[in-house]
Design a protein around this ligand. Structure first.
Ligand SMILES: Cc1ncc(COP(=O)(O)O)c(C=O)c1O
Length: 436
């Protein structure tokens, strides 16, 4: 089988795209994105489900259109994300802002304007709460409150947003203070929010439901309980994805128990990013050179994109599966099936072109190179980095070494391919620079 992962992308499609567009580029599979959305929308729940896609995972306009077209709303990390999504035709009433930023000046003006147009504001600190209180009360706008659970989980230490090493949300120790202030001002919280981290542990996700529901008992106006994102996706063959059916069944039972105890029917909200797009994306590159560093060294494959296109390995030792494809479209190796490897299969290292020794696609969290078993491509053959739909294009170190941002291509459900973002030009890279 020449299919890459569980997507509709095959090695033949990759070779066709390389011929048509030239490397490097990002490639996304529409069919998989839509299937993932439908899977999420079917998550079991007790009294209703609201889904907001965490657009920070991948903010590409066409993907926002696809995802929101199925009825999924948006979770924003910044006001700019809201303005950007609005440019894609999505109304503010379908967005919730959860930000570390404290909007000031022009941003404060935007915040008020967007809230008046229906964007929900999820206050994440006492300061944010104090600053928005009068405006919210004067305009009868209900707020969401993000609480810091004190316990978190994530794919790496730096992706854990719930423990004491991160400062997202109002800490549970400050909850009473926040509620006393809200009471005094007449602020209504109709939603509560907790997010433990990205790609987190399902057991901790379950524990978070219990913790959050216990907080809701103190918040009598809350109608929506937002459990955040963080559903683990399996990018690598040895990883296990979150079973959102099972998580949903657990949540449904807990929401029912809450109803029996309190008579309150709560809507469940979730904010997946990774789960929807991670495995639907690839970085497609060509081998431009090959080098070796001697007998106890490494076999390097130099690709025409690396850390500037996918920063995750360097940033937190994230692992992505590699596929080697001949330029004629033959799948030479896939980490999902290493049984049919070439005789020359060996441990190799994929690196990019940047003048930076950390520009490798396979590093541990300390920055050490981890060679991986794969076929031996020729120069001009194709290296494909999988699991690259989330936090890859959106989080890339664009323009380091003055490389331009690659194009983004969408494989449509009908098998056609279209450019959804053009390759950046060098003129665009320097357009805001001024001569002395
Ligand atoms: C508040 C919030 N919601 C949702 C998400 C999405 O997480 P994931 O992509 O792991 O689903 C994040 C990620 O950082 C987040 O901070």
């Amino acid at each position: 089988m020449s299919t890459l992962g569980n997507t509709a992308v095959t090695s033949e499609i990759i070779a066709r795209a390389v011929k048509e567009f030239g490397t490097p580029f990002y490639l996304y599979d529409e069919r998989m994105i839509l299937d993932k959305c439908l899977e999420v929308l079917k998550m079991p729940n007790a009294f209703g489900l609201h889904v907001g896609y965490a657009m920070k995972a991948n903010s590409s306009r066409a993907l926002l259109q696809l995802i929101t077209g199925l009825g999924i709303d948006l979770d924003l990390s910044s006001l700019n994300e809201g303005l950007r999504a609005h440019m894609a035709g999505i109304p503010y009433s379908r967005m919730m802002l959860t930000t570390q930023d404290v909007p000031r000046g022009r941003s404060r003006h935007d915040l008020e304007e967007l809230m008046l147009k229906g964007m929900k504001y999820n206050v994440c600190s006492l300061r944010q709460l104090h600053l928005i209180a009068d405006f919210a009360v004067a305009n009868r706008i209900k707020l969401c409150i993000r609480l810091h659970p004190g316990v978190g989980s994530g794919e790496s230490v730096t992706r854990n947003t719930g423990d004491k090493y991160s400062c997202f949300g109002i800490h549970l120790n400050d909850l009473e203070k926040a509620l006393a202030f809200a009471d005094e001002k007449g602020i209504v919280f109709d939603e509560i929010h907790m997010h433990i981290g990205s790609g987190g542990d399902p057991d901790l996700w379950r524990a978070n439901i219990d913790r959050e529901l216990s907080c809701v008992e103190q918040l009598s106006d809350v109608q929506i309980v937002n459990l955040g994102g963080g559903f683990k996706e399996a990018r690598m063959p040895d990883e296990k994805p979150a079973d959102i059916q099972q998580l949903g069944l657990y949540a449904r039972r807990k929401f029912h128990e809450f109803y029996e105890r309190t008579g309150r029917k709560l809507i469940m909200a979730i904010e997946p990013g990774t789960f929807i797009v991670a495995n639907a994306g690839f970085v497609v590159t060509s081998v431009v050179d090959k080098k070796s560093t001697g007998e106890d060294g490494f076999n390097f494959l130099i690709a025409d994109a690396g850390m500037e296109a996918n920063t995750r390995p360097l940033l937190y030792g994230a692992r992505h599966p590699f596929y080697v494809v001949s330029k004629t479209g033959k799948l030479l190796s896939s980490e999902f099936d290493l049984s049919e490897l070439y005789p020359e299969a060996d441990y190799r290292v994929i690196v990019g072109r940047c003048c930076e020794s950390g520009d490798s696609q396979s590093l541990d969290s300390q920055g050490h190179i981890i060679p991986r078993l794969m076929a031996n491509p020729a120069v001009d053959d194709i290296l494909v980095i999988g699991g690259a739909g989330a936090y890859v294009s959106a989080m890339c170190l664009a323009n380091y070494n003055s490389y331009v941002q690659p194009a983004e291509i969408l494989l449509r459900s009908n098998g056609s391919m279209c450019v959804i973002r053009k390759e950046q030009t060098l003129e665009q890279v320097v357009e805001n620079e001024l001569f002395l």
